[in-house]
Design a binder for this molecule. Structure first.
Ligand code: CMP
Length: 226
């Protein structure tokens, strides 16, 4: 597991300590790891597969019962907020694919944070990164319409999960989201997002297949995202 982004900021001693105290969990698609509002302190590290973080929409003004905040993939860490501030879970975490994760017990990790600076810094680094991303997304979503928001999300997914197809040079994103889940990330109805995807395809920017988008023209997407 060494070499994964969260671990990349840690020394050998911290990594082996974390591996010693953590438990490996393997789940199928659709497993709920925790729900928003749960009291818990454990931290999760994704080894393989993807996890979606969602939060319920209490108001009935949105087209969805929940919003999709972000996807976690291999090397990503989540669940640190309640560890740091002692609050309850801010999101629900559900596996999007078959996935394996490390669960690090919060109390043990808390002791480690107190004795090892690299662990505290790695957590801070992740928190800062997440706040930046959250700020950017909020700024963007306040001004952008659905096509702009969709393009922004696709570019974000491309940065995280895109792989260049050596044959075509195109960027293939296996996002593993249904159209409904993509709509929950964009904050619009499935129908509107589906129309925007068709429009992007007609413009020659993407090709869209179930759970996969191929980016053919990144600049086209960027122009509408900005
Ligand atoms: P915690 O609140 O313990 O449990 C839910 C986790 O979701 C939270 O810690 C963060 O790790 C993660 N999380 C919450 N909000 C966001 C967000 N906007 N983007 C990415 N991850 C988030």
């Amino acid at each position: 597991a060494a070499g994964q982004p969260f671990f990349a900021a840690l020394d050998e001693e911290s990594i082996s300590h974390i591996l010693d105290i953590s438990e490996v969990i393997v789940c199928h698609r659709g497993a709920v790891l925790f729900e928003a509002g749960d009291p818990a302190r454990d931290l999760f590290l994704v080894v393989s597969g993807k996890v979606k973080l969602t939060r319920p929409n209490p108001g009935a003004r949105t087209p969805h019962r929940e919003s999709l905040l972000w996807l976690m993939g291999p090397g990503d860490m989540f669940g640190e907020l309640s560890l740091v501030d002692g609050g309850t879970r801010s999101t629900t975490a559900t596996t999007l694919t078959h996935a394996s994760l490390l669960r690090v017990p919060g109390s043990d990790l808390h002791d480690l944070v107190e004795s090892k600076h690299d662990v505290a810094l790695a957590l801070l680094g992740r928190l800062s990164e997440r706040l930046r991303r959250s700020d950017n997304t909020t700024a963007h979503f306040v001004v952008g319409g659905v096509p702009s928001r969709l393009a922004y999300i696709l570019l974000d997914l491309a940065d995280r999960f895109g792989r260049t197809d050596p044959a075509t040079g195109n960027l293939v994103i296996h996002h593993d989201l249904t159209q409904q889940e993509l709509a929950q990330a964009v904050g619009s109805s499935r129908e509107t997002v589906s129309k925007a995807l068709t429009d992007f395809a007609q413009r020659g920017w993407i090709t869209s297949r179930p759970r996969t988008v191929v980016v053919v023209d990144r600049e086209g997407l960027r122009a509408i995202a900005d």
